[in-house]
Structures are given as structure tokens and as C-alpha cells.
Design a protein around this ligand. Structure first.
Ligand code: HEC
Length: 269
């Protein structure tokens, strides 16, 4: 599927230099906030939501069936509220999965799709756009639903622990960890307030707002893409799409966010 770039006024976002005085920064952050508010009524992400729904319901793949029977954790075919409980453990795969990895499983088992092509495709390609759109649709069906991620099963707790370890793991050319940029409140880079992702408040605001439409890029990003880009910012090697380390980090953020209300699709700088 081809994506038409959605053009929205970028005056606010692009007029800003990387380094500006603090007072100006505050003013700009405020304008971005106002801009976000203004767009809430007509969030371009909604286009992705409806494309995702179409992809979900359209027969496809060698078996020519839709994804509608996909079990996202609440039973085959139940989409409403499912995202708010992901990542979670799935018996059939014996794995903890997030939305994207679960969709890949369903594409493979239900539709007979060879998903390697989707895993290996770069972000911005039609394959990844499809997955982002589907994740946007699924998450939108949890809008307003409290995050309720379980750590009751040993594999779920292990995934959380792995995510936590990864969050604090320092390495690479700059010796950064996720915590270097997201470890405490009040950090800012390029006018973005960086949430403290180990806290309920920070994780609560971040986890619940992805997939999000990125105004500066004119793109829809799922959490997989968000994490991938932060690995880049951390000067770490690119993680494999939907691999355990990415799911573990999501598990860490999602469980920390428990109780916060899902508010997707989000809108970001
Ligand atoms: C060098 C600093 C840096 C590191 C290290 C870093 N990030 Fe980020 N992160 C950012 C910036 C900057 C943003 C704001 C988004 C943007 O404008 O690109 C961000 C945004 C995010 C967001 C979205 C927050 C929101 O409120 O929407 C999440 C989630 C996130 N990062 C997770 C991570 C994870 C997980 C790691 C570790 C793998 C990590 N980040 C490592 C700089 C960093």
C-alpha cells in the first residue's frame, strides 16, 4: 500500500532552531502543545487508523483470509481493549508478544504470509507502513481504556526484568543507556520533554501515546519504530524488528504505565 504524505502546516515545528534560549524554549514548547491541541480534532493519524482497519478486515496472503480471527489476547477476533493489555504471554507461541509481533504471528498462521519480508523491511517501506497502520487501528480500539499489563506469569515477569535491565544497560560509543535520557524528570532534548520512563507518570504519558503521528516527519510511528529510533540515538546497533529486546522494553514501559488511560493515536513533534 502506498502512503500519501499528509501535509500539515509545519510552521511551529520547523521554525525552531536546535539551540534556543530557555525562555524561548518554553514559549515554543507551549506552541507545540497548542498545535497538538488544535490538531486533536483532526489528527492525521486517524487516516492510518482507518487504513489499518481495512488491512485488518481485508482477505490477504496465500490463504486469502483476513486478520479478523487473530487472537490479541482477549480471544479470537476481539480487538477492543486488547492493546491495553499488551505485551502479554501467548500460549500458542509460548512467548510474550507486543501488538506488532502478535500481528506478525497472525499474518503467518492465519494468512500464510512469509513474515520475514515484513520483519526485514526498513521503516518507511510499504510493509512497515502496513504494520504501523494495523498497530494504530488496534491501539485506537483501546482509546480511553486503562493499561492493564500482567506480570503474573513467570515469562511475563522475566520479560519485564529483561526490559528493566536493558533500560539501565550502558554501552556504545557514548556509554549511554535509555536511562541517560529518560531516567529522570525534566530532561529535554530539541524541545522535547523527555519522560522518566521508569516512573508511573512518565511511562504513563509515553506508553499510552504511541502509535503516534509525527508531525515533523509526516509519518505514523508505532512503538517498534520509536524504540528503534532511540537505539539509534543511543548509538546502539539497530534492533531486529519485534525481537525480544524491543518487546522487553515495551513490557517495562507498559507495566510501569499500568492504570494510565490509553490515548492513541498520539500526535508528536
Ligand atoms: C541520547 C538520548 C536518548 C536515549 C539514549 C534514548 N532516547 Fe528515547 N527519546 C529521546 C528523544 C530526544 C526523544 C523525543 C523524540 C524525538 O523528538 O525524537 C525520545 C523519545 C522516546 C519515547 C517517546 C516519549 C514520549 O513521551 O512520547 C520513548 C518511549 C523512548 N524515547 C524510549 C527510549 C528507550 C526505550 C530507550 C533505550 C533503548 C531510549 N528511549 C533511549 C532521546 C533518547
Amino acid at each position: 500500500m502506498r502512503w500519501r504524505k499528509i501535509l500539515v502546516p509545519l510552521a511551529v515545528a520547523t521554525a525552531l532552531g536546535a539551540v534556543v534560549a530557555r525562555a524561548e524554549e518554553d514559549k515554543s514548547a507551549q506552541s507545540i502543545e497548542q498545535y497538538r491541541e488544535a490538531l486533536k480534532d483532526g489528527n492525521p493519524a486517524e487516516l492510518y487508523e482507518s487504513s489499518g482497519e481495512e488491512l485488518w478486515k481485508k482477505p490477504a496472503g496465500p490463504k486469502n483470509v483476513s486478520l479478523e480471527k487473530c487472537d490479541l489476547g482477549l480471544g479470537a477476533g476481539v480487538v477492543k481493549g486488547a492493546y491495553a493489555q499488551l505485551p502479554r504471554y501467548f500460549k500458542d507461541t509460548d512467548k510474550v508478544q507486543d501488538a506488532e509481533s502478535r500481528v506478525l504471528t497472525c499474518m503467518s498462521t492465519l494468512q500464510g504470509v512469509d513474515v520475514a519480508k515484513y520483519v526485514n523491511a526498513s521503516f518507511g517501506t510499504p510493509e512497515k507502513d502496513d504494520l504501523n497502520a494495523i498497530a494504530t487501528y488496534i491501539s485506537g480500539q483501546s482509546k480511553g481504556v486503562p493499561v492493564k499489563v500482567s506480570l503474573a506469569l513467570p515469562k511475563e515477569q522475566q520479560m519485564y526484568d529483561l526490559g528493566k535491565r536493558m533500560f539501565y544497560y550502558q554501552g556504545g560509543s557514548h556509554d549511554f543507556s535509555c536511562a541517560t535520557c529518560h531516567g529522570e524528570e525534566g530532561r529535554r532534548i530539541r524541545l522535547q520533554d523527555l519522560p522518566a520512563l521508569a516512573t508511573k507518570k512518565g511511562a504513563g504519558s509515553a506508553w499510552t501515546s504511541w502509535p503516534a503521528y509525527r508531525v515533523s516527519a509526516g509519518q505514523m510511528w508505532g512503538m517498534q519504530w520509536r524504540i528503534n529510533d532511540c537505539f539509534r540515538q543511543q548509538r546502539f546497533p539497530e534492533p531486529v524488528y519485534a525481537s525480544d529486546v524491543t518487546i522487553a522494553l515495551s513490557m517495562f514501559m507498559a507495566a510501569n504505565a499500568n492504570g494510565a488511560l490509553m490515548d492513541t493515536p498520539g500526535i508528536k513533534r
